[in-house]
Design a protein around this ligand. Sequence first.
Ligand SMILES: [Zn+2]
Length: 242
Amino acid sequence: MARKTVPQAHPGEPHDRGTGQRLNWLRAGVLGANDGIVSTAGVVIGVAAATPNNVLAIATAGIAAVVAGAFSMAGGEYVSVSTQRDTEKALVAKEKWELETIPQEELEELAGLYRQRGLSDDLAHQVAVELTAKDALAAHAEVELGIDPEEFTSPWAAAVSSFVSFALGALIPLVMILLPFGENRVWIAAVAVVIGLFLTGWISAALGGAPRGRAILRNVVMGSATMLATYLIGLLFGVAVG
Ligand SMILES: [Zn+2]
């Protein structure tokens, strides 16, 4: 199918469905990376605060956090997209059955939906007739259900992309905390994490067209609060055990 494009769309407004979906994927990737950065930073900084010179313990906890987080993100995404897709497929199948069984009622239903959107009786009827002649199922799926029956999201693609984006984000704190900076490793990792959160906050705000300053600030503050919390817990444990 050739993709419909709207001629002379305003720049920056995603008018065709393809652009909107690509933006959603990108935004999901940035959010996954952000999760990877924050949760892994929390784990490695907590362990490093407790045992600053035990590189093996920091590395073990960090790698376990990356693997567990990436699998959990991917699994959650797989389950949720699969369920959504099953629901959409069932709705489209029901619609298909209705179109075959009660075509006249369906035509009136479609015309009714266009009247609700503000078209006059005659025009709504004409639109419904023409769309039904062209591709009745696509017309009903879009207007009634908001689904494109030819474009179901793949659960595997969603799972793999969250796995990869989480793992990529997680590498920032993991690699930085394992570099040979001795006692300073916690601060160096924390600074790298703040820079990473600055970037993910910026990119996701830019993709969503939101004001960047506030998005970046929120992102950096939330991530820093996470690191501070696990750092203090680590210190307490380090003092109690050490
Ligand atoms: Zn229908």
